[in-house]
Design a protein around this ligand. Structure first.
Ligand code: CS2
Length: 498
């Protein structure tokens, strides 16, 4: 077999031989110690927090990451086979750059490596736990932010606290190990798109811990910091084509590259009880109050993303760049931002909200990122409250119009009803999908009854919006229109009427 036939994979020994244009660790990864445990080893973490940490590690070798997969060993096995190295491909209309990240130094799979994970939590060198388990991973009630004790994973974990499967269960088991070891205070940094994410996760962990052991809950209250964060980087799911492109660029195989846009932002609340990486040296902002940043991002970026995902998917767009370039959808999301969302926001220091909205449209239209509308449409029941419904609440409280927002919410209901405009089934991926199917079956083909069934969902709408007649009427009118006329005709009428 010649050299060219040998399948060579990414490895520490290959770093020095990578093509010069490929970025690589500016330090020796083998000399890096573990200081961070990360729960949820998906693409977003590897393209966001791990990249910031990679820069910190170049000057401070205490902050290597132990990444933990909770559900499947796919990533951990692949990463272990390549010395935990992986490539970040940054793409936009000007081209692609590749950088190999070395900050990840260990990868554990919860199902196989629980003792090692608990040992990491108990290690005094570990003072930071970062978390990206997606909105649904917290097993909470999305409308209130409270732990959902009826969630099957929480019921399982409370019955078997030593063998948890949920993120809250793992966090509390880990913190119990920390408490028992006497290793001292620790920071838990939520990096998911939840409003007031630090506060919400602190509440979920406290509620769970109180069920397991009230003394542990007290210890957590005094020794664990839960800073809130705003995280931002568009990171579509990696495809086979991305894997092939990575190999073409770096010259060796990487089974688990991640692909993202050049833009990145990380705003972190300055609320820590133990040592942390100096992420600000890598461009993160550490601030006293994250709330204005987070509200801006959840409502303008994620709210627009979800609007484009539901209505764009129904209009036949596979990718966000296509949906955001369609004139009618673009007009809707732009007007929704300017007319209905921005007036609910306080501008964070140094940010012009209108310019931020314009920049979002350019980011959405990045043609090099095949970001599927179906990917963003996932888990709408967990996303709608912070992306659209809190804005609706603020608008209703001041008697302001919700014309655009109610159409976006109707887009979700139309999508979640499970058939597209040509009558084909939609693969609706959502923890409440079985409930949606029941609502639709009970409503027959009547859009008004479908709308009513969805609007009764208190975990999504809360009891306030579920009982708000004007809100229900506005959404229902739009659901009826979307069923009757389809997205394009509905939008044409909608945009002309205002
Ligand atoms: C997207 C987000 O999948 C989704 O729901 O809206 O992942 C979005 O790309 C990120 O929040 C951008 O920072």
């Amino acid at each position: 077999m010649s050299c060219a036939d040998t399948m060579t994979g990414l490895a520490l020994s290959m770093l020095s031989g990578l093509p010069t244009k490929v970025g690589r660790p500016a330090y020796d990864p083998a000399g890096v110690r573990i200081g961070i445990v990360h729960l949820g080893l998906g693409a977003f973490h590897r393209a966001h927090q791990a990249v910031y940490t990679d820069e910190v590690v170049a000057g401070d070798s205490r902050w290597g990451i132990c990444g933990v997969s909770l559900k499947t060993p796919r990533a951990t096995v692949a990463l272990a086979a390549q010395d935990y190295l992986y490539t970040v491909l940054t793409k936009d209309r000007d081209g692609t750059t590749a950088r190999v990240i070395g900050a990840l130094r260990e990868a554990l799979f919860l199902g196989a490596d629980r003792p090692r994970l608990l040992a990491r939590f108990a290690d005094p060198a570990v003072t930071v736990v970062t978390v990206t388990v997606t909105e649904k991973g917290y097993c909470h009630d999305p409308a209130t932010g409270n732990l959902n004790l009826a969630h099957p994973d929480i019921a399982h974990d409370l019955a078997h606290p030593d063998a948890p499967v949920s993120a809250p269960g793992v966090l509390v088991a880990g913190l119990a190990a920390r408490h028992a070891s006497g290793a001292g205070a620790i920071n838990v940094v939520c990096c998911d798109n939840l409003p007031h994410n630090g506060r919400v996760v602190a509440g979920i962990v406290a509620a769970y811990a109180r069920h397991v052991d009230p003394a542990l809950a007290d210890w957590i209250g005094a020794n664990v910091a839960f800073p809130s964060t705003m995280v931002d980087r568009i990171v579509p799911a990696t495809t086979e084509a991305d894997v092939a492109e990575t190999e073409r660029i770096i010259g060796v195989a990487d089974a688990v590259p991640v692909v993202c846009e050049p833009f990145g932002q990380w705003v972190i609340e300055d609320r820590f009880l133990a040592a942390r990486p100096a992420w600000e040296t890598a461009g993160a902002q550490v601030v006293a109050d994250v709330a204005p940043f987070e509200t801006m991002k959840l409502r303008l970026l994620n709210g627009s993303h979800s609007t484009l995902a539901y209505l764009g998917f129904l209009a036949g767009h596979e990718f966000i760049w296509e949906a955001s370039a369609a004139p009618d959808l673009a007009a809707l999301v732009e007007r929704q931002m300017v007319e209905e969302i921005v007036p609910t926001l306080a501008a964070p220091p140094g940010i012009d909200l209108i310019a931020y909205g314009r920049q979002l449209m350019t980011r959405f239209r990045n043609p090099a990122l095949p970001h599927r509308t179906q990917q963003i449409a996932m888990d709408g029941s967990q996303k709608l409250p912070q992306r659209l419904l809190n804005t609706v609440r603020d608008r209703l409280a001041t008697g302001a119009s919700i014309a655009h927002l109610s159409l976006a919410v109707a887009g979700w209901i139309r999508y979640a009803s499970g058939t597209d405009e040509r009558g084909h089934p939609i693969a609706v991926s959502d923890p409440l999908a079985p409930t949606f199917a029941r609502i639709v079956a009970a409503a027959g083909a009547d859009p008004t009854r479908i709308a009513a069934g969805f609007l009764d969902l208190a975990p999504v709408f809360g009891t306030d919006l579920a009982g708000h007649e004007a809100f229900r009427a506005a959404v229902t009118t739009n659901v009826v229109r979307l069923f009757r006329d389809g997205v394009h005709k509905t939008l044409a009428g909608h945009l002309v009427a205002r």
